[in-house]
Design a protein around this ligand. Sequence first.
Ligand SMILES: Cc1cc2nc3c(=O)[nH]c(=O)nc-3n(C[C@H](O)[C@H](O)[C@H](O)COP(=O)(O)OP(=O)(O)OC[C@H]3O[C@@H](n4cnc5c(N)ncnc54)[C@H](O)[C@@H]3O)c2cc1C
Length: 416
Amino acid sequence: MRYSAWKVFWEGLTGNKGWTPQWREPEPKPEYDVIIVGGGGHGLATAYYLAKEHGITNVAVVEKGWIGGGNVGRNTTIVRSNYMLPGNEPFYELSMKLWENLEQDFNYNAMISQRGILNLSHSDPQHDAYARRGNAMQLVDAGAVLLGKEEVRKMCPFLDFDNARFPIRGGIWQPRGGTVRHDAVAWGYARGADSRGVDILQNCEVNGFILENGVCKGVETSRGTIRAKKVAVAVAGNSGKVMAKADMRLPIESHVLQAFVSEGLKPLIPGVITFGAGHFYVSQSDKGGLVFGGDIDGYNTYAQRGNLPVVEDVCEGGMALIPMIGRARLLRAWGGIMDMSMDGSPFITKTHIDGLHFNGGWCYGGFKATPASGFCYAHLLARGEPHEVATEYRLDRFRRGAMIDEKGQGAQPNLH
Ligand SMILES: Cc1cc2nc3c(=O)[nH]c(=O)nc-3n(C[C@H](O)[C@H](O)[C@H](O)COP(=O)(O)OP(=O)(O)OC[C@H]3O[C@@H](n4cnc5c(N)ncnc54)[C@H](O)[C@@H]3O)c2cc1C
């Protein structure tokens, strides 16, 4: 079904009886060309681009729960391409370009809202570091504007500029950053993949891999054995658990990250604002709620809920930046399992097992990467070689000493 203004009008006149389900509920076939494990944003985008860009449609996305139930539906919806390192910035810029055309591409309203992202600086050295980052962004046409204190004040007069500990020095603004309605991204990709023939198998958990003579030939699932020429894992926070079934140990730890939403307020936050002296980021949803988050909880877990010390810590960060939000009530909070890699950068890679591919290590920044991750993973699966913007995302980069230490925190996800 194509969506259009005419269709909405017509359905309104005829009692909304003509809408059909957005994807089928097929039974698993005995064999596919490609099986994608994990029906999150990355798995669904991969299936979509495999079908659309490479004509590979004999594909199944195998999801243990329901579409949109993982991190793709749990994040704070921020998209940006303000990275600095050569291994990362072209990749995230490709993602931004794909976001900019996504709704037309898959004919689905994902509420892509490029209201800009402002990273605040709180000292001269930090401001200089942002200038350097801005230059790196300009090199790939990502767009960056370095703002002084007074320019930030014009944009966001409600910030606490003269906070005794964290006075605001200025900031870096990427006008093309913003937010995207996260579950619509999952649904849009699912619908686009399904309409091209991809089978989306919900409530189908992968419990093991079929390994024959060192080659992966399919998966064992809660709905039976399914064989495939290629298996592509994209299970985000469950990466360690799933790849352990192929006896692989990853440079990834799983941690919980929480998100928070306040009661609805009048329009206040123009785009996305991030606190440079602590870990706090905030935007405002269309319904008026402040959507915000901060640090991971800091201990290894597979639980999709966090604990109170981090609630307090995140709210303290918010209060240091925007004291008046202390008057707002917190309505909702939830958690998701983050696949924290040891250098803060992801993997889109073959493994040492023929036929088995891995995508993960997205830390708390994988939502913005969804389109490029799917695009590049599909490229790897279809052509057998990495896409030119994803050549550095190999598992062996730690052995080669070629880490992409974007966060500068080293092998300590708990410090990210
Ligand atoms: C609170 C929070 C805030 C965030 N904020 C942002 C943000 O503002 N911007 C940003 O860019 N990123 C953000 N992120 C990170 C981003 O959401 C993730 O990096 C990204 O969604 C991960 O990729 P995914 O969508 O494929 O993951 P998921 O949606 O988690 O998909 C993985 C899927 O694999 C399935 N699966 C697991 N095990 C199996 C199995 N054995 N068999 C079959 N299926 C299995 C899971 O059920 C799940 O559906 C945030 C994350 C959280 C939790």
